[in-house]
Design a binder for this molecule. Sequence first.
Ligand SMILES: Nc1nc2c(ncn2[C@@H]2O[C@H](COP(=O)(O)OP(=O)(O)OP(=O)(O)O)[C@@H](O)[C@H]2O)c(=O)[nH]1
Length: 261
Amino acid sequence: MKVDPGALEKRIQMLLDDKQYQGHPLREALAQLWRLNEEQWARVERITQLSDSYQAMMMRREHSLSARFDKQLRQLEKITRISDRYQRMLRDMNLALEEASFLDPLTDLPNRRMLMRRLEDEVENSNKSQHGFAVTMLDVDYFKQVNDSYGHQVGDEVLMRLGQMMQQQVDELGICGRWGGEEFLLLVANQDDTRCLQLFDQLQRHISGASIDIAGISLSVTVSLGVSFFRPGEPLDAVLNRADNALYEAKQTGRNRMLRA
Ligand SMILES: Nc1nc2c(ncn2[C@@H]2O[C@H](COP(=O)(O)OP(=O)(O)OP(=O)(O)O)[C@@H](O)[C@H]2O)c(=O)[nH]1
């Protein structure tokens, strides 16, 4: 037979309240059983409440743990992004440094290091093709006077303008760069000797005839050139020394001229 717990409770309560059973020998035992039952229910209730609050606490904890984990994950992603950006920045900086180490910061022309590389390449090409190339050392005449008269900044500007003139003149026929101080080097390849000499001569005349205007000052400078042609098979130093000697000779014999070694 199926027992309805609600109906049974009601019946027991009625029996315990019924006056006619007040003296009944089983009433006290039933009352004790009833109290025990109520205590058990109260205990079950407490355990259920405890269990509920424990579950709620565990859920909150789980939630806060997962929130903390998400936060750490986001921080990690951020750090990774920063690290990627940092690495990209380092790579760009390295590239810029590499570039800067091949360019003269004042004139933006190839510096001596880059010129040496290019010269070495050209020596290799020439030895293969058995065609020479022309090298010119160009030095500004009395440049100290420019600095002394107008100041170092104007001197710098003059070097920049001269660099631009040389660049325009050589254009795609070769390369020109700053060898050091007020000295430049020009390299022309794949042209016959006469054409190279013509080009350097034109450059020398062009510079000497040019008026350089800087901040309201108009000045002109002359340059001396020492030209030499590379002969396949010889060391690079040989052609550079000849050009240098020719430049020295040009200076010694009055400046504002081009001499060929
Ligand atoms: N403004 C400026 N001056 C420079 C730079 N590099 C070298 N100079 C100057 O160039 C001058 C070179 O002087 P010198 O070696 O006596 O030669 P110079 O006066 O040109 O005379 P010659 O070469 O004999 O015709 C020095 O005064 C250097 O300070 C530079 O980057 N900027």
